[in-house]
Design a protein around this ligand. Sequence first.
Ligand code: ZN
Length: 163
Amino acid sequence: MTSREEELLPNPTNDLYFQMLEVALDEARLGHAEGGIPVGAALFTQDGTLISRGHNRRVQEGDPSIHGETDAFRRAGRQSTYRDLVMVTTLAPCWYCSGLVRQFRIGTLVVGESRNFRGGVEWLREHGVRVIDLDSQECVDLMAGYIGAHPEIWNEDIGESPK
Ligand SMILES: [Zn+2]
């Protein structure tokens, strides 16, 4: 059994992770409605208590440092430890956000999908972060639609602009 199959087995924990993903998806849709990049994220305790939520606001605020993950992270305020927290994001995290996960030792990362962008998923796993990929079709479609319509903004967001 591959680790990917293991992750996708139906179990009560995955149900909880899908519920958490709904919050991140709401944020992604909100960002999209604002004219921004549709990536949303949230921080939860292991039992599913919401700590904070946020979304990418590069376009809205003209601020390249506001990714979904960093927005949720900042809105959580100071936390004494992140080991027992769950970061949920609609799309696999870029290097910047993967660095955030490692820097603050966030123990569990739930990604809505990693098909449009693989980001730092393998790197995080190699360094002991528990990464659960829910492979949500809704997340895949939302991001694929955006990348198709606005490739230049997406490339800018992940540092791959040609200029
Ligand atoms: Zn990021």
